[in-house]
Write a protein that binds this ligand. Structure first.
Ligand code: PLP
Length: 459
């Protein structure tokens, strides 16, 4: 079947969910009501929801079937052992600690091993990862390669860590670094992959400076696919083999099963160190639950176990990565500024480049995200100065980039949905001169993007 070029969705549809069509005036009213923050919209009022790929995917018939197999025993449930075996087989890590989602794994890890004044290097910290480091009064230090900071630069592994910068950090601040972390794929930097070569280099440095190395593994399968198709000598290996090697280079990982677990909820922390695992389990019991369920139902553990197997199937990964690339190609073809190259789970519009008349502190990403909703009912999310511009000392500075992320839920939308999105983004980009900035009228001190209220400037 390889003589045809069209890459089709590697599934057929068994159940459908209607979407609601709204008029422009209804969307304007809904957005005003939401304080111009798309996080505050009712999801029903969104036509194509690209807010996040987290927990929004469609489960397979096999996963729905597995739910029925869930063992809801409080302790030692069969579903836990099935989950543990799948995670252990994939990652090789000795201790597998289920959590209700990724940020719980982060909080438990960092609260157990971080002290005030310490430093965690990462390629780029994701928003919750950064917040969970900073809440311990530690520093979240981003060390992505220089190419990774410039939206228009093309690099096959733009998520790579700058090994020189890491070595310098280990040399000068080594006694304050309890672990090194790397995010695969690098969500904040555009869903960009990290090469095996780079992971091996990080491992060597961690060995030399005797530091544990953790993966933020939310999109490990997408990262494996990029390694397969882009890294020399990797083309003949299966995504599973590559994923196993990625994990084998690390000492542990945090994981959100809402991404490459293909589940609607779930996550885990997995690690080799016995003493750290014991500390983490003790904290888990305090807030998440007994170590064999960690805040999840038995049926959730079943769905994640099955999802972790399906996500490494080649037809799935080929379609997944291609569908993002397809949207990216259409936008590039129409001259819309986007982060280059296409990421693994999302297309990132470069709001700062599209809207040079809106300064970063007037939030060009919010202006673009809001316009996409009003014009077309599409919900994306600002990844920029609102999300990352407020610092623990209370000062506000422009983030490295002002992007709007269009994250594609897994196995949910068809090609015609994506064609609609492309047409709508191109139409909104043509309205750019009419878009104006926003000011924040109310916001909490941390993770402000989720709940901040805005008002349009000059309105
Ligand atoms: C989603 C995500 C997390 C947090 O996971 P949740 O399940 O949303 O708590 C952490 N890191 C990265 C890179 C993510 O994409």
């Amino acid at each position: 079947m390889s003589e045809f070029k069209t890459i089709i969705e590697p599934f057929r549809i068994k159940a459908v969910e209607a979407v609601k069509f709204t008029h422009r005036e209804e969307r304007e009213a809904a957005l005003r009501e939401a304080g111009y923050n798309v996080f505050r919209l009712h999801a029903e009022d969104v036509l194509v929801d690209l807010l996040t790929d987290s927990g929004t995917g469609a489960m397979s018939a096999a996963q729905w079937g597995a739910l029925m197999q869930g063992d809801e025993s409080y302790a030692g449930s069969r579903s836990y052992y099935r989950f543990r075996d799948v995670v252990n087989d994939l990652t090789g890590f000795r201790h597998v600690i289920p959590t209700h989602q990724g940020r719980a794994a982060e909080r438990i890890l960092f609260h157990s091993v971080l002290e005030a004044g310490q430093v965690v290097p990462n390629n780029n910290h994701f928003d919750t990862t950064r917040a969970n480091v900073e809440v311990e009064k530690a520093e979240a230090r981003d060390l992505v390669i220089v190419e990774g900071r410039v939206p228009s630069r093309v690099h096959p592994f733009k998520g790579n860590m700058d090994l020189e910068a890491l070595e310098h950090a280990l040399e000068s601040d080594g006694d304050r670094i309890p672990l090194v972390m790397v995010t695969v794929t690098n969500n904040t930097g555009g869903g960009q992959p990290v090469s095996l070569e780079n992971l091996r280099g990080i491992r060597r440095l961690c060995d030399r400076y005797r530091k544990p190395f953790f993966l933020d593994a939310c999109r490990f399968a997408e990262n494996s696919w990029f390694i397969k198709v882009r890294e020399e000598g990797q083309g003949a290996r299966s995504p599973r083999e590559i994923a196993r090697e990625m994990f084998s280079l690390a000492d542990g990982c945090t994981m959100s099963a809402k991404k490459d677990g293909l589940a609607n909820i779930g996550g885990f922390l997995a690690l080799n160190d016995d003493a750290w695992a014991e500390r983490c389990r003790n904290l888990l019991i305090l807030t998440e639950g007994f170590p064999t369920y960690g805040g999840l139902a038995g049926y959730d553990l079943e769905a994640v176990a099955r999802g972790l197997e399906e996500v490494l199937e080649e037809p799935y990964l080929r379609y997944r990565i291609r569908s993002i690339e397809y949207l990216h190609e259409r936008l590039v073809g129409a001259g819309v500024p986007v982060l280059q190259p296409a990421g693994g789970h999302a297309v990132y519009l470069d709001a700062r480049a599209l809207l040079p008349h809106i300064p970063p502190l007037e939030y060009p990403g919010i202006a673009l995200a809001d316009a996409l909703y009003v014009e077309a009912g599409i919900r994306g999310v600002e990844i920029g100065t609102v999300m990352f511009g407020l610092h623990p000392d209370g000062t506000e500075r422009p983030a490295d980039m002002d992007l709007v992320r269009l994250a594609i839920p897994r196995r949910v939308y068809t090609q015609s949905h994506i064609d609609y999105v492309a047409e709508a983004v191109i139409a909104v980009a043509a309205l750019k001169d009419d878009l104006r900035g926003y000011r924040i009228t109310k916001a909490p001190p941390v993770l402000r993007h989720f709940t901040a209220l805005f008002e349009p400037r000059g309105a």
